[in-house]
Design a protein around this ligand. Structure first.
Ligand SMILES: Cc1ncc(COP(=O)(O)O)c(C=O)c1O
Length: 503
């Protein structure tokens, strides 16, 4: 059983040099492991090489496409006007060719471009950490591990896809990209990636988060992006919403409409999405691929894998490679997605073709949805306020390969405080959902005496989300009620495609 907080005591930290790369492991005495960073030439080369029995963990060279291994392929996206399956050319005003290809590919593995790997080196491989102190606090026999993506420049998993998306755009000669952002994590990741490859970046940030999180806006501006609160007066979609509700808190669906509208109207501008689409989840599988190698290296096999879901990318990124192993019969973990009780697309939505945005400009995707014009209450986990779920995750759920759970934000923040006070890291509000579910599982293990291995996706830090912690610590954070009536109303507006809509 692993002993070290930073992976396993059985690992033998080593320093080796490979060309101009400096490989750095986990040094120091067992009781006081540390994670060091070295400068290599002009690059910040951050490498954690965990060496055990001559195997070292390297950044994966390929992303994994779960679709290739599924017994039933997911339903295709449909054209928003004709309701016919979408053709690649229907997407070319929004995305560069390579990403359109990745969106529809059946190939099992996709090579990660060398230039992207070179940027990944700034924060990858990311650590897999044993939450020994949380285990102790909970007095549980469970062994809890978390894969921490908060060490990226933007502080979350989002740069894993922002960097390749911007790189493929740059390869095609695109100069301007636009996007939406909820909590600001995705917008800042895209702004960061654009600054590396010299692209202009414009971001529509959901009004509730724009007001709650001024420092995220400043990060985006520091990396050179232009940021607008959404809904805005700049677009038709935004103006329509503001006419109806001048103080609208916004939603990811509205912000997507605004960014897509700008991309559709400007031939020199493409659109980037931070979650939901197949190519986004594909890029995030670098997390799971890396984690499989790390778990193998320490001789652990997960019994339960837990992640929070907004559009599904951090969860899918960690879980999909493990689902491959599950489908091949090598392992059999429970795979559990956790969503906010105030925006429960998987647990309370219907599985139907719906738009990805509020104004109905995107292709129709078969997914679990609360209705494209559902505006979730302004919970602090802004990145989880999306009406739908990634079609691929929805499909995997329908196939029975995973389970779901919805948790209110007060329980999530209570868990985050326990986590921060035992493990040290202050999580972003989104992964507090994974933490709360992990704590539930660990307490269940305490009752049953089972020593399950729980693997959790810790997708970002909350350094710019401290107003939410302030509210919780002052006793002002409440569970926002979930309205069946509001969902019924928005579900009534799901487009009628003439196809069997729900199952
Ligand atoms: C830190 C963090 N975690 C999770 C999410 C949810 O997105 P996804 O479900 O695509 O991982 C977001 C979205 O902005 C986020 O910022």
């Amino acid at each position: 059983m692993a002993q070290s907080t930073f992976l396993s005591a059985s690992l033998k930290p080593q320093l080796s040099f490979k060309g101009d790369e400096q490989w750095l492991g986990c040094f120091g005495p067992k009781k006081n492991p540390c994670h060091l960073r070295l400068l290599s030439n002009s690059n910040l080369a951050v490498r954690a090489a965990y060496t055990t029995d001559s195997r070292s963990i390297e950044i994966p060279r390929q992303w994994y496409n779960l679709i290739s291994d599924l017994p039933v392929k997911p339903p295709p996206p449909l054209h928003p006007k004709t309701f016919e399956p979408i053709k690649p050319e229907d997407l070319s005003h929004l995305f560069p060719d390579e990403l359109i290809k990745q969106e529809a590919t059946n190939e099992r593995f996709i090579d990660i471009p060398e230039e992207v790997i070179d940027v990944y080196r700034l924060w990858r491989p990311t650590p897999l950490i044993r939450a020994k102190r949380l285990e102790k606090l909970l007095d549980t026999p469970a062994r809890i591990y978390y894969k921490y993506e908060g060490g990226s420049p933007a502080g979350s998993h989002k740069p894993n896809t922002a960097v390749p998306q911007v790189w493929y755009n740059a390869q095609q000669g695109v100069k301007n990209v636009v996007t939406e952002t909820g909590a600001g994590q995705w917008g800042s990741s895209l702004a960061f990636a654009c600054s590396l490859f010299d692209l202009n970046c414009e971001v529509w940030q959901v009004r509730a988060s724009y007001d709650q999180k001024p420092y995220r806006k400043l990060m985006m501006q520091t990396w050179g992006a232009k940021v607008h609160p959404s809904p805005s007066n700049i677009t038709e979609a935004g103006r329509k919403i503001l006419e109806k509700d001048p103080s609208s808190p916004g939603s990811l669906g509205i912000a997507i409409s605004e960014a897509v509208e700008v991309a559709a109207k400007n031939a020199d501008t493409k659109y980037c999405l931070g979650s939901v689409l197949n190519h986004v989840l594909l890029h995030q599988t670098v997390i799971g691929e890396e984690c499989i190698k790390q778990m193998e290296a320490i001789g652990e096999t997960p019994d339960v894998i837990i992640g929070c879901t907004g559009g599904g990318s951090n969860f899918g990124g960690l879980a999909f490679p493990f689902i491959r192993e599950k489908l091949s019969g090598k392992i059999n973990p429970l795979i559990r997605a956790v969503e906010p009780a105030a925006c429960p697309s998987l647990t309370k939505g219907v599985y139907a073709y719906d738009y990805g945005d509020t104004a109905g400009m995107t292709p129709l995707m078969k997914m679990h949805t609360l209705g494209h014009d559902f505006i979730p209450d302004p919970i602090h986990a802004g990145g989880l306020r999306y009406h739908g779920m990634a079609p691929l995750i929805s499909h995997v759920y329908e196939l029975g390969f995973m389970e779901t759970l919805a948790i209110g934000q007060t329980e999530c923040f209570a868990g985050a405080i326990q986590f921060a006070r035992s493990e040290g890291l202050i999580p972003a509000p989104e992964p507090t959902h994974a933490i709360a579910a992990t704590i539930r599982e660990a307490l269940h293990c305490r009752e049953t005496g089972e020593s399950k291995v729980i693997l959790m996706a810790m997708c970002g830090h909350g350094h710019f989300d401290l107003p939410a912690y302030d509210k919780y610590l002052q006793g002002g954070l409440v569970d926002l009620s979930f309205s069946e009536e509001r969902i019924k109303a928005s579900l009534a507006n799901i487009p009628q495609t003439g196809l069997k809509q729900t199952v």
